[in-house]
Design a protein around this ligand. Structure first.
Ligand code: SF4
Length: 255
């Protein structure tokens, strides 16, 4: 999806300047659903909630038989958006990289006006999803970078009604290389943040998932190499060209 309302220094997502017309996005979803290889779709970004017809896309993907999930920084996840997507979605991943307001601002996990998703707002979102009665799992994603590497986050994580905490490492194609952490620092963060049963650690994301960008190009994870365009090419044919690490992909899917 297009752009983002946050400006995280460790972000590695290339933001699209243009998004295809809505009908083309529906067509892409349709082709993904009709392919033999895909049964699920994850709406991610950039920040998917900045696209104002996101809930319509999710509803359509669900109607096409795809299992839908969403990754978001949570800032735009208001009652109305939650109401419109919860019936159609099986998992919401919330990107939370610190529980300290100063750290969030230092890493620019905030808007232009330095507004963050506060810890209170995060708890509220989790509580609303849980109280909704829909079978929607909640995941928190945390990228370990040079600014949060020494933070103890697990005690707060344990207080949230979440199913999974995924700890990722700042990737080498981050927009600010001062955010990178050494292997030791990453392992140290993981060691210091043990104690939540639903923790998964992801160090290497190369070719572990498949991305369709806002222009319909099928691109690889991390390097964003293009393999063709979903709008114009056959999805199953494109996937034969993509060196997906199927074991890693399945691990991600079933977590
Ligand atoms: S919220 Fe996600 S997409 Fe947006 S800047 Fe931060 S890491 Fe990048």
């Amino acid at each position: 999806m297009e752009g983002c309302n946050f400006h995280c220094k460790f972000c590695f997502a290339p933001f699209a300047s243009k998004v295809l017309p809505f009908d083309s996005l529906l067509q892409i979803i349709c082709k993904i659903a009709e392919s033999k290889s895909c049964s699920a779709i994850n709406f991610a970004g950039g920040e998917p909630t900045v696209y104002n017809r996101l809930s319509e896309l999710i509803k359509f993907a669900h109607k096409c038989g795809l299992k839908c999930s969403l990754i978001t920084n949570g800032y735009n996840l208001d009652d109305n958006l939650l109401k419109n997507i919860l019936p159609y979605i099986t998992k919401i991943g919330l990107s939370v990289h610190s529980f300290n307001e100063e750290t969030k601002k230092a890493m620019m996990s905030c808007t232009n006006n330095l507004n963050t998703l506060t810890n209170y707002q995060l708890s509220e979102i989790c509580d609303k999803i849980t109280a909704s009665g829909y079978d929607c799992k909640i995941k928190v994603n945390t990228v370990v970078c040079s600014l949060n590497k020494d933070e103890n986050m697990v005690s707060r994580i344990k207080q949230l009604p979440i199913d999974q905490w995924k700890i990722l490492r700042c990737q080498e194609n981050t927009r600010d290389s001062s955010m990178l952490v050494s292997n030791d620092a990453f392992l140290n963060f993981c060691r210091n943040n043990k104690g939540f049963d639903g923790t998964t650690i992801e160090d290497d994301m190369h070719n572990t998932y498949i991305i369709v960008n806002p222009q319909g190009d099928l691109v690889s994870s991390i390097t964003y190499k293009k393999y063709g365009n979903v709008l114009h090419d056959d999805v199953d044919m494109l996937l034969t060209k993509y060196p997906l690490r199927i074991d890693k992909y399945n691990e991600r899917e079933h977590r």
